[in-house]
Design a protein around this ligand. Sequence first.
Ligand SMILES: Cc1ncc(COP(=O)(O)O)c(C=O)c1O
Length: 400
Amino acid sequence: MDTEEFVATFAVERSGSDCLKWDALEERFGDKNLLPLWVADMDFKAPPAVEAALIRRIHQGAFGYSQNLPEYFPAFAAWQQSRHGITLAPEWLRFSKGVVESLYHLIQIFTKPGDGVLIQPPVYYPFFNAVRDTGRRLVENHLVQTDEGDWRMDFENFEKLLASEAVRVFLLCSPHNPVGRVWREDELAELFRLCEKYDVLIIADEIHQDFDFSETGFVSALQVAQGRFHDRLVVVNAPSKTFNLASLLHGHILLPDRRLQEQFDEGIKPLSQSENNLLGQTAGAAAYQKGGEWFDGVKQVIRENYRYLEQQLKKTAPKIRVGRLEGSYLVWLDLRQLGLEDGQAVAAFVKKDCRLAVDFGSWFSSATASFIRLNLACPPAIITEACERLAAGVAKLAAE
Ligand SMILES: Cc1ncc(COP(=O)(O)O)c(C=O)c1O
């Protein structure tokens, strides 16, 4: 299915459907008339197989307690195997209400109040919240930018912090939201070697794993050094980003090590006692079984949206530096050359001059207040409009 056909088939009007992205603009941005390119979900319907499976369930009409669906693990495992070459064992898998909830639970289970938890800003802001809200100590190893604008990890500082800050857990974002990096295996292996040296548990958030546009290819933490680090590794992911299912509140925790499984099963007891989510599992199983073609279609739309945006802004607003898209459908724009004073000035420019709602760089790190994150998982017409608005905003700024 080419882009045009995909968009004609799956683009959906979400405004007026209690959708956070479109309907919470007044509440979140103080202006309901902005063009929304913020929160990470898509303006597309989920794969047809998901809709059909949910309708079948809903038509039965009974929503009592359910058991785990027997087809779930085989479908999930087959996807991981065929798309990424990852081999999963059924005993590794636990379900959760989503990746963010998993992070909160895992931090509480595997650390004590006051323990250090290391994150690498700029990073998905719930990483900060998960550490702070659980009373753990935030340890920040900032990513660094090369002269070419690419993002790298600072291994030297990483080790320094592990050695001095009593870090018990490292929260890895892979691929990395918002900078969009797909980490290479050698980069992951170096991090994990250091975690081994200082006896640190790795929690790898791989929710964006399927949106791989990189040259080197996504490598799961589970695959690094052929699984050598499994005894200090927990991976969290979900079908929600891949298939646009976020509101069904369903995610995975993968624990390849027996000792960690036992610790998790004991530790989760006081934190969560809920049964599994029938509709989340139903949707996930159908998506993994039959959503491959749909996913290839949406990935193509994202790729083309990125290409357009990159080329267009180069022509019409060259002061905006467009980040490289390797993993995820979120593009990171560097506005530093516009000379805006601070995060407040960036927000005013984006909202008032460009009429856009985006994720602001200040949400991901105080050091990236002059960046913004745009969501590319939408029809091309929205990206065209966003480019026009950005160019008009920059022109207005230049005229002032
Ligand atoms: C890195 C990362 N982790 C987790 C999530 C959210 O996961 P969930 O909705 O399952 O809590 C997102 C959503 O954008 C994300 O970017």
